[in-house]
Design a protein around this ligand. Structure first.
Ligand code: AMP
Length: 249
């Protein structure tokens, strides 16, 4: 079974992001970039499926600038067999990304596509759902357990009230939640081996996909600074402040 994993290059989760002076976006100059954490979980799940003998090939795909090759190399070091970069330097919205991924899905015909539930930069939480709609594949989002059984995949989903398990006919789309697995680190020998694994670069044009944006970012602002907290000396003082200052009781 071929598994396709979507990997996004994002600002590293340890970085305190800064807004550009002209409020046009987040300042990416000299900022550490990494694989989106939920995509790391997606790669790990694909690798575990391969280790179990369920997956036979893992293809990592990213849509973005040339530099996204770094995150694809990381996916290769973690266990993906080959990688595809759909190269674009434009600001891409989720629909454009989903269309590019759909074109790769059409070409590669994977049985399972694993994406993160959410990219930590734009917090959209919609690419997997859009890809499912465009490709007509079943979708199991927010997965905390994935079990392939014959021509089905059982996906346990984290929902508000608890857990829900859905049985999806393959081919299917899965998006990963935090508790699905704990991603491994790439070993140095595997990082070296990854340099020799195939990484194809294609353009959206070559895939017949338009990346023209239907969404324009009007303004990006940092959240308002929070005022400092105070230490209270007694429960009585806390209750007094909650009543008279915060007015919440
Ligand atoms: P989002 O819908 O933007 O929150 O992203 C959810 C997931 O979609 C990510 O974790 C990735 O697996 C995938 N994804 C989003 N953007 C890209 C991209 N530019 N290239 C590859 N995969 C992406």
């Amino acid at each position: 079974m071929k598994v396709l994993v979507a990997v996004k290059r994002v600002v590293d989760y340890n970085v305190k992001v800064r807004v550009k002076a002209d409020n046009s976006g987040v300042d990416l100059a000299n900022v550490k970039m990494s694989m989106n954490p939920f995509c790391e979980i997606a790669v790990e799940e694909a690798v575990r499926l391969k280790e179990k003998g369920v997956a036979t090939e893992i293809v990592a795909v990213s849509v973005g600038p040339t530099a996204a090759q770094e995150q694809l190399r990381t996916a290769l070091a973690l266990g993906a067999d080959r990688a595809i970069l759909v190269e674009s330097n434009e600001e891409l919205n989720s629909l454009a990304i989903a269309k590019a991924l759909k074109a790769v899905v059409d070409k590669e015909q994977p049985q399972l596509v694993i994406l993160g539930k959410q990219a930590i930069d734009s917090d959209n939480n919609q690419t997997g759902q859009m890809l499912a709609a465009l490709s007509g594949y079943a979708q199991g989002t927010f997965a905390s357990k994935v079990e392939v059984a014959g021509d089905k995949v059982n996906v346990t989903r984290e929902i508000d009230g608890g857990l829900q398990t859905v049985a999806l006919a393959l081919p299917a789309i899965v998006t990963t939640d935090l508790r699905l697995n704990e991603p491994r680190y790439a070993s140095l020998p595997n990082i070296m081996k990854a340099k020799k694994k195939p990484l194809d670069v294609v353009t959206p044009d070559a895939l017949g996909v338009s990346t023209a944006s239907t969404v324009k970012t009007v303004k990006v602002e940092a959240p308002a600074a929070r005022s400092a907290g105070v230490m209270v000396k007694s429960v009585a003082e806390l209750v007094e402040k909650l009543k008279n200052e915060a007015k919440v009781i």
